[in-house]
Design a protein around this ligand. Sequence first.
Ligand SMILES: [Zn+2]
Length: 326
Amino acid sequence: MPIMTLTQITEHTYYMPGANNLGVIATSNGGAIAIDTGLDKDTARRFRKAIDEAGLTLRAIISTHHHADHIGGNDYLLRNVPDVRLHAPPLEATFIEYPLLEPTYLNYGASPIKPLRTRWLMAKGTPVNQIIGETEAIIAGQSFAYEIEGMTLEIIGLPGHSRAQIGVVYEGVCFAADGFFGESIISKHGILYAHDIALQLATFDRLMQRSEAWYLPGHGDLTPTSAIQAVLAANRVAAEHATALVLAAVAQPGDTTAITARVLQAFEQEIAATAGETSLPAQTIPQYAIFASAVVAHLSYLEQQGVVEVVLAERQLLWQRTGATV
Ligand SMILES: [Zn+2]
């Protein structure tokens, strides 16, 4: 039975726990600001009911980044609740308005193949009413004040997982979106999805320097300040381990498909050795596309550092070691 009520965090902050934790900030006049809306219409319907049962009226949505599991409920809520305004960071807003772009970039920039046109990767597009901040400031990880529904919230740049992802801070609660993942999620997934690994690592460091009482990841448990350093350290370990596995997979040159297969095999061997509840990664085409994209993010990161290079040889784009070390 899915949870249908809001869990209160502080006087004016709440969340609806689930596969994707959805945040709520209560305004001074009975309104609610939602932070992300979940995968689909069903989630959005439950979320709306939970907001109503808390005696609040949805007035605005903040979308932290464009991934389908965070914006999939936007369309339902904007259609069914009157006068709701959608706020999103620049760059992310483009993808939120035109969600075909997500399966497009997962398909070499081409018109998406059918298996990638799934609700897991492609939400319904909706217009964004208000842009939050500026792209460069967000990518630089800056924080700034943002006025919304008569409230002043702090917005923090949490780029990496998605290029212009933001977090929202209010009343000592940091709604961190996918700026970090809960420990149960890390152990389950092996490779943490990111577009840019250097930015993702910097985001972990930035969150480590904060001093909120609570941190809510998009996926995983609400984390008190006493536990956040350990959780962020585990995120960093997981990201660095993925980089190491990818680097090991480039010991022999290979194209993206070959390197991805080697990294998958390495993960499968680790999973077999740990008899945990971890499921095998990339069992479906959408999962494979996400996994391969994350592998390429680590390859690009190694290329930025001069450890790996790309050559065009015998009609193949090959990744290979340069001889430099990390
Ligand atoms: Zn995401």
